[in-house]
Design a protein around this ligand. Structure first.
Ligand code: SDX
Length: 403
């Protein structure tokens, strides 16, 4: 695959050591507002609700691009030429298969296990097959990008069939990326509209600057470990309910509300109990997440074609009522609020919503992996020590009796 490979060779910490600041900066819980890197991949204007990938507005990419073209843009920094895109698509098609050893390993996983745990284990296992860690070699970087973009969907679909007691089906090389995933998951070729909308969902979830899982990816990358460990680290972080796991919880929440008539009283109770409303709020946005706006439109397209979902009415009522109660605090729907309704209409099981988020975000994680290698310094923040000082060890028989 021909790509521009500017700045591939990892900087092995050659950056001049910066002396520790005389007066440490103030502690910010969750590093809120603290720049932890410089990046050219994604910009967010949280007040205007604007999001760009490498300077291109997300709306234009969701409308006109494909996930693989967007992944190429994120990872290599420029929109591909027609030849570069065809090469990338071909390489990904040729690497979709996963070793039988990994499939057999998955058959040992408990069927009741969460698919995100299965994905984290299988993503990490890829490192066993490609253990040569040659981060200085541009071809190694290209190969790792292709393998991870190509194989993550296959592993998600494989566990879905295996936990149903079936053998996973092999990927098809003649289907585009999104259609092939839906085929591997459902064992039938998807409707063209469904495949297009799913591909747009992957674009919307591909990247979002220094979110928790991407920060994990950069920290792991900064130790110069292999890219499979980087992605496995990020998958584990994404699984949390405050991050990628929220899309699954939103549908549980809508089910609990049950009807449009139940929204107002449910929200009153949730707010009085200081409960976090899943799919709402964001560290960056003080307005509705622009991805939620686009996902809402995709949901409505699906409902027009495949039939309405009454839970959508519940969601819209919740958004309207919450706008009055939480809007003044800058708490609005985020990317996870409508995505689950799209996936449910596509027939995707609820506990696969977050693994699908991981399929898409692999593009962003790999973009940040490459960028970190281009100007690397291992992450090692400081701390403010608040523990005990100067204590002397006490023999067991002189310690106070156990209470
Ligand atoms: C994703 O970072 C990214 O970019 C992530 C992501 C990506 O693309 O990678 O966008 C994907 O993770 C989206 C977020 C999915 N998570 C949820 O929907 C879970 C519910 N949301 C919240 O847990 C929360 O909004 C977070 C985790 C998303 C953000 O948390 P923050 O920025 O640390 O905010 P906070 O918890 O400190 O809350 C600040 C205030 C608090 O009120 P006070 O104590 O100051 O009175 O806002 C309130 C919170 O109670 N608040 C909420 C709320 N989110 C914040 N109140 C009710 N419901 C909510 N959802």
């Amino acid at each position: 695959m021909a790509v521009q490979t500017s700045g591939d060779a990892p900087d092995n910490g050659g950056a001049a050591a910066i002396p520790p600041a005389a007066v440490p900066p103030p502690f910010r819980p969750g590093l809120e507002g603290v720049p932890a890197t410089q990046s050219a991949i994604c910009s967010i204007d949280g007040n205007q609700g604007l999001l760009t990938y490498r300077g291109y507005p997300l709306e234009q990419l969701a409308q006109n691009s494909s996930f693989l073209e967007t992944a190429y843009l994120l990872i290599w920094g420029e929109l591909p030429t027609i030849f570069q895109l065809r090469d990338f698509e071909h390489d990904v098609q040729m690497h979709r298969r996963v070793s039988f050893r990994i499939r057999d390993m998955m058959k040992c996983f408990p069927a009741s296990g969460h698919p995100m745990d299965a994905l984290q284990a299988s993503a990490a296992s890829l490192g066993l097959f490609y253990s040569r860690r040659a981060l200085y070699d541009p071809q190694y970087i290209i190969d790792a990008v292709v393998r991870l973009i190509a194989k993550i969907p296959t592993m998600v679909a494989a566990f879905q069939l295996i936990r149903k007691g079936q053998d996973p089906i092999q990927p098809r090389e003649d289907l585009p990326y999104a259609a092939n995933f839906l085929y591997m998951l459902t064992e039938r070729e998807p409707d063209a509209l469904a495949a297009r909308i799913f591909d747009a969902c992957l674009i919307l979830h591909a990247e979002h600057s220094l979110n928790a899982s991407t920060f994990s990816a950069r920290v792991t990358a900064s130790t110069l470990t292999d890219p499979y460990a980087v992605v496995a680290s990020a998958v584990g972080t994404l699984a949390g309910p405050l991050h990628g796991g929220a899309n699954e919880d939103v549908l549980d929440m809508l089910d609990e509300i049950g009807s449009v008539e139940g929204v107002d009283s449910w929200l009153d109770r949730a707010i009085s109990q200081k409960q976090k409303i899943m799919g709402f709020g964001h560290r960056e946005y003080r307005v509705k997440d622009p991805r939620a706006v686009i996902l809402q439109g995709l949901a409505e397209e699906l409902f027009q074609r495949f039939g309405h979902d009454s839970m959508y009415d519940v969601a819209r009522r919740l958004e309207a009522v919450a706008a009055d109660r939480l809007g003044p605090k800058g708490i609005y729907p985020n990317v996870d609020f409508y995505s689950g309704l799209v996936y449910r209409k596509l027939g995707i099981p609820r506990d696969l919503f977050t693994p699908i988020f991981a399929i898409a975000r692999t593009a962003g994680w790999l973009a940040h992996w490459r960028e970190q290698l281009g100007a690397n310094r291992i992450y090692r923040p400081s701390q403010i020590y608040t523990g005990s000082v100067e204590r002397a060890w006490v023999p067991l028989d002189q310690r106070p009796a156990a209470t």
